[in-house]
Write a protein that binds this ligand. Sequence first.
Ligand code: PEP
Ligand code: MN
Length: 333
Amino acid sequence: MIVILKQEARQEQIEKLQHFFTGLGLKIHMSQGESCTIMGLVGDTTQVDEDMITSLDAVEAVRRVQEPYKKANRKFHPTDTVVDVGGVKIGGGNFQIIAGPCSVENEAQIISVAKSVKEAGATLLRGGAFKPRTSPYAFQGLHDEGLRLLLKAKEATGLPIVTEIMDAADLPLFEQVDMIQVGARNMQNFELLKKLGKVNKPILLKRGLANTIQELLMSAEYIMAGGNEQVVLCERGIRTFETATRNTLDLSAIPVLHEKTHLPVIVDPSHATGVSRLVKPMAVAAAACGADGLIIEVHNDPKHALCDGAQSLTPEEFQDVSNRVFAVRKIMA
Ligand code: PEP
Ligand code: MN
């Protein structure tokens, strides 16, 4: 970390700062320029509050030269991490499609969707049992009954299951779930992330609605710091001034994340666009720019879905998207 001091910084202010940094166990390299003085901090600066230092009267600017995430950082782990979800591998050249309804609604629905997405090339089944809805009056999911039905669909198809957790207190219910999803709204629920760091199961971490790539990586770091390194990141669109789509899909996050981290990166074109006809072009684009997989909402009867019907594909539409995505993958190979 580099601290650039103001030209008018007084000696006693500089000494106070030096004392503060050495107290944190850091070594300081001072370099006196013509117009300003620069302090180079050497050592573990993860505990230094950059904003606090920047706000000091004597300080002009602070620059981090090293990322604050370590375990998720590709610099310290150059090879791609491959995450195994019930025998299905994601990352390091392994591309998978997770598909299924936004929410588990009943047994016939989840089993029928599971069978059709499997037939169309999906290798993992999604379905929400605990739903983070904007309105407290909207369908909240079937909770433990939803998890039970997902397990039935797994039994019927062999597809490992991916489902969202909202409260760490529900963890005992997730014992047989293959991959636990942390939704966009919980990306910075740090207590939840810490608890998932102690779980021996893959985690699907979705990017928050208004979070930067670095914040996403710091959230992954929370899980990994606890000992659980099986994390898959998911770009699902971010909030911008645009209103034509539900969110704005940040496709550039895929190559940027691949540079910064060894963790697999998948894309959710359903929540990113909110419109079923936009799912196909975005899914194809995501595959073309290097995503390690996709998570797509599919419903047997989208018009009557209890949640996110407008962005859900019919099984036939999903088959078409899947064909196109695999065709793109083939060209790229
Ligand atoms: C979901 O996957 O159903 C979901 C709620 O997604 P997100 O957290 O990305 O909004
Ligand atoms: Mn949804």
